[in-house]
Design a protein around this ligand. Sequence first.
Ligand code: THU
Length: 132
Amino acid sequence: MGPNQQKLLANAAQAVRSNAYAPYSRFHVGAALLAADGEIFAGCNVENASYGLTICAERVAIGSAVAAGHRQIVAVAVATSGGHSPCGACRQVLSEFGPAMEVILIDADDPTRTRTTTLAALLPEQFSSGAL
Ligand code: THU
């Protein structure tokens, strides 16, 4: 992924974060995925009054990509206040569609603090279809 694509992906994550529906936690999350063919898919967290039904931004984005027929994801950008990394459940769901995915973590309050890592580093020994 080149610096231009990284910038586009980061901007998409920041933009979709403004649509986060998070009236309970007030923790707004935006996620943007880069599919193998260059298309970008975005998602934000969607909370619910029945708290446990909340869906994380990363999983909303994965659902959007898969629904559009894209199953190969090469990178994900996640924008949060503080630049936090995806929860364990999202790491596992992301790994289904891109075990070698690059991960860009954006601090929405200070995007100069953006850092990059990989899904392999965040989720070693993920459970995968090879086990079944
Ligand atoms: N959240 C995400 O959207 N992604 C994560 O990886 C971690 C947590 C959301 C869920 C909930 O709406 C809020 O952040 C606080 O947990």
